[in-house]
Design a binder for this molecule. Structure first.
Ligand SMILES: NC(=O)c1ccc[n+]([C@@H]2O[C@H](COP(=O)([O-])OP(=O)(O)OC[C@H]3O[C@@H](n4cnc5c(N)ncnc54)[C@H](OP(=O)(O)O)[C@@H]3O)[C@@H](O)[C@H]2O)c1
Length: 306
């Protein structure tokens, strides 16, 4: 597609950065790339590579009208606040896209954000998808599965103490790497054909907590004991560890949602759009083994020094 102007919101975030890199690798000379962020100064280095940087803050409608002017394709990266404030932010962005006559909006959603979801922030994604539908804009919701990358945060603690607490039972998750999500998003943004309204973006295998623990045990040459709790017991445990109630709600809600099968979704989206099989969880852990091991060791040392 030529003479396009593609804008990526949240270009300062982990996913947004990767999408901009993918677009730089894919773009033809006629395509203009715009990185939208609240912190323009932090992305100034992109300008030397031919990317225009514009201020995009979903809490500031004026910034959106200025930034979206002339944009034909927009990637609306969901923000990292939860509940009604996020729903308002996304609605502001969609309204601005409509005013600017953006031709197509791609949105980063989540798997099965329907009313039966037990994830506390599912209504944010559901209402955004509904707002896109109501807007009359052409759009695509990329329902990204939970990132495999999230294990970089959770696995060190599991390895440090040998126990994986949770309440997901035998439910399965088809984790996908953030990099695969970015590769898909960039290709949807540059597609010649009109993309469909919805894609599940998942890894190639849906795994239980026990299966993930077994993979990690083999890679890190240790034994992980999976301790499956009731939601109430898991809530109590996380509360006792000092996590704030909203965070506890997110973690337990996510496990409960896994248990009822709402994350047990496998699609061929990554392969279809990128021509490559999605990176497996095992391969991701092997590639990141050194940093995971170092984080686990640091946690163990901290615990033993009081
Ligand atoms: N699938 C998963 O496992 C998973 C995990 C975590 C998050 N997510 C969702 O996917 C999104 C992207 O993931 P990520 O890993 O890139 O998260 P991240 O690194 O935490 O990035 C947060 C993003 O939110 C944007 N943002 C925050 N407030 C904003 C505002 N007022 N206006 C416009 N943009 C705003 C940031 O943009 P700037 O800083 O550039 O302004 C940034 O791109 C997250 O924000 C979250 O909604 C998914």
């Amino acid at each position: 597609m030529s003479t396009e102007t593609i804008l990526v919101t949240g270009a300062g975030g982990h996913l947004g950065r990767l999408v901009v890199e993918e677009l730089l690798a894919l773009r033809d000379q006629a395509t203009k790339l715009v990185a939208g962020t609240r912190n323009v100064g932090e992305l100034a280095r992109l300008e030397a590579r031919g990317v225009e940087v514009r201020r995009v803050d979903f809490d500031d409608a004026a910034s959106l009208d200025a930034a979206f002017a002339g944009v034909s394709r927009l990637l609306l990266v969901s923000t990292n606040v939860f509940g009604p404030p996020r729903q308002r932010q996304h609605t502001m962005a969609i309204d601005a896209a409509k005013r600017a006559r953006v031709e197509h909006v791609t949105y980063t959603s989540m798997p099965n954000p329907d009313a039966g979801s037990l994830v506390p922030f599912a209504p944010d994604h559901r209402s955004t998808e509904e707002a896109l539908e109501r807007s009359g804009l052409a759009y695509t919701a990329l329902r990204n599965a939970w990132y495999t990358d999230n294990l970089l945060q959770s696995l060190p603690g599991v390895l440090a103490f040998g126990k994986w607490f949770g309440s997901a039972g035998n439910g399965r998750v088809a984790n996908v790497t953030r990099a695969d999500c970015a590769r898909v998003a960039a290709r949807v943004l540059t597609a010649n054909d009109v993309p469909e309204k919805r894609y599940d973006v998942t890894g190639g295998e849906a795994l239980t907590t026990q299966q993930i623990a077994d993979i990690a045990s083999a890679i890190f040459e240790t034994t992980i004991d999976v301790v499956d709790l009731s939601d109430d017991a898991y809530t109590k445990l996380l509360g006792e560890r000092g996590l704030p109630p909203p965070v506890v709600g997110l973690i337990v809600g996510s496990d409960a949602n896994t248990r009822i099968g709402k994350f047990d979704v496998i699609s061929d989206t990554v392969e279809r759009w990128t021509g490559r099989t999605p990176e497996s969880l095992r391969s991701f852990l092997v590639a990141n083994a050194a940093s995971i091991r170092a984080a686990a060791t640091a946690m163990r040392l901290r615990a033993s020094s009081g």
